[in-house]
Design a protein around this ligand. Sequence first.
Ligand SMILES: Cc1ncc(COP(=O)(O)O)c(C=O)c1O
Length: 344
Amino acid sequence: MSFPALTPTQVRSSVDKLPRTRLAHLPTPLEEVPRFAAKIGGGVRVFVKRDDCTGLLLGGNKARHNEFLIGDAVDQGCDMFVWGAGVQSNNCRQTAAGCAKLGLECRLYLSRAHHKTEPQGNLLLDYLVGAHVDFTDAKIGPELNALLAAKADELRRAGRKPYFWNPPRVVPLSAVSYVLCVTEIAEQLTAMGLKPDALYVSSAGATGAGVALGKSLLGLDCLARLICPMHWPWDIPTRMADDANAAAERLGLPHRLTAADIDADESYVAPGYGLVSPGGREALKLLATNEAILLDHVYSAKAMAALIADVRAGNYRPGSVLVFIHTGGIPAIFAEPNAVLPEM
Ligand SMILES: Cc1ncc(COP(=O)(O)O)c(C=O)c1O
């Protein structure tokens, strides 16, 4: 089934109906990286959507997500956040930052896995903005989500009003923020007389669902390559389509996606979530040494490795316009310098 394409103004007016707390520096720049593009060959044009520059405690995609999540929490009268992920979570760092700005208490449950718990990178920033941090051995995904729901329950019984990481509620709202990011990109390219041939982003969740939905709402005739940083114990395209559809529903729009509309690529995860890959290391080095833009080894470098591989495979004609949405994640490299340094 096909749905009418919306203008950027129509997309914005449907988003305007949702509660929102302004936190991010928007619009982020769309910056061409010609020295990098020349190095990867193929005659393509590469633009970096600088969501590593969203502000809110050193930038990243979660500044956009949090505009809608904190907006939702405030709208529901919540007085605290109960959040969790890995020790070097960018999500938790930017949520802690948003809470500090709004005067909300922030309790983080951080899954230790193989991470050190010295205050460095994202964890250092969590402490600096006043988050209450607990470490846990619960694995990120369903186990940690159940722990967060149980903590929120306990707090509710004690008379608090917690807003917690409840995927069916928070993922679609976060996706809405990436509908707006794609809208910004469309507007910025139109102002340059250009159209995108492909969008690239690191995601196995909300961000990618929002990018896929934004592309569909605006009727963009381009690829939306969603490069997964991890595997999940569910079918990622199906879950992303469901989340995109829940976001469209929140926006009061009839547009719907199926798993077939989701180009989620899990082939760049190796050697594992959080671990640097050879392609990621090359991407990080090429962008840093030619454009002075940093990538992180966990997320953005692997997505850029996919862009480079696609260009080298001859998938794009010369002159194609490729947009890389830089989701940030930079603080993690300070916690793991050896992950990014050895071969530089
Ligand atoms: C830097 C960075 N990029 C990409 C992602 C993927 O975001 P999402 O889970 O919303 O798809 C994350 C998630 O934590 C992240 O921290």
